[in-house]
Design a binder for this molecule. Sequence first.
Ligand SMILES: Cc1cc2nc3c(=O)[nH]c(=O)nc-3n(C[C@H](O)[C@H](O)[C@H](O)COP(=O)(O)OP(=O)(O)OC[C@H]3O[C@@H](n4cnc5c(N)ncnc54)[C@H](O)[C@@H]3O)c2cc1C
Length: 357
Amino acid sequence: MSHSDSRASITILGGGIIGLNVALVLAERGYGPSITVIAEYLPGDTSVRYTSPWAGCNFSAISGTDTNALRWDRLGYAHLAKLATEQPRESFVRRTESIEYWDENIPHDKIKSMADYLEDFKVLPQEDLPEGAKFGVAFTTLTVNAPAHIQYLQCRLRDEYGVRFIRQKLPGLQAAFSNPTTKVVFNCTGNAARTLPGVEDPKCYPTRGQVVLTRAPNVTKNIMRHGKDYETYIIPRPFSNGNVILGGYMQKGNGDDSTYGYETEDILQRTTHLHPQLREQTFEVLSVASGLRPSREGGARVEKDEILVDGEKRSVVHNYGAGGTGFQAGYGMALDSVRCAEDLLRHVPKSELRAKL
Ligand SMILES: Cc1cc2nc3c(=O)[nH]c(=O)nc-3n(C[C@H](O)[C@H](O)[C@H](O)COP(=O)(O)OP(=O)(O)OC[C@H]3O[C@@H](n4cnc5c(N)ncnc54)[C@H](O)[C@@H]3O)c2cc1C
């Protein structure tokens, strides 16, 4: 039985990959015309306060090993694989051969879980590992052209599902309830969750990465090496005319938005050493950027909460703290967020408009 109120609506605060995935899950269930996404930054923008355009971006074993992270990865892989099969060019998601090496701290639980579902998964024999590496796996990953993928999501949400986008910086979470018809707010504010009034989560912190965007069309393979004090990766960017992202760093607690020449040199040295295809021919450096992964002690926060707005209890679903995994885990996190809000969503009208994927 539906208890829907024809005016009830949904607000999503944040237009990064996390907010866009929540909008997608809700829109796929028919709520598109009832959704408003409010964000200071939207796809197409660049800012150090907007992490999503800076992602590499691939599916990898760097995520956590708690049950949530394992489940989100599995759901995210299935989601991205579907996009890569059904609309690779439109969504800028592609299947890519991948290798990951570990020098130490081999995440056995993660590997065991991933071995179940990753396409073409195999453990590499010791003789195939580079010097100093203790363990390695090969599988088919999904690579994502991050800035183009978020633009694809925004267009699809707006044009196929009727989602509204409003560019606005809110002074606090309470302001997301300014429309009296709002039944629930999804808080997808990334790094801002640490300071945004109404959230102010002290567990949040940035993890800085510097990346070098290059043009190296001969590079077809994704390679990552996880070291004790370094993270080296080479990710060919899908449907980008041969661009490749070279990285990088995982600098916990570092919120510096500058880029450094010595880090660029270090990245170029490590990546050319690791990837044979980068040594085959010279390549052009196009730009250097730094991005801040919205990290959180204990992992991402996906849960329902209540806050007081003008003395009244209002419902919010938090969904932030994706760290270095917003693209691979975002769809699974969105499914959990929407599940948290199921009782509230019964009041929100559904539309017949349901785009087919
Ligand atoms: C170098 C680098 C490499 C990465 N590589 C990968 C990878 O390979 N794979 C992967 O899965 N992930 C990767 N990531 C991580 C991924 O980019 C993040 O997990 C993801 O972008 C986080 O998305 P988000 O939506 O939480 O945050 P954001 O993209 O930062 O979005 C936050 C949104 O909230 C809005 N907002 C905040 N406060 C307010 C306010 N007061 N009013 C209005 N709007 C507000 C912002 O404007 C923005 O729209 C990488 C990140 C970096 C930096």
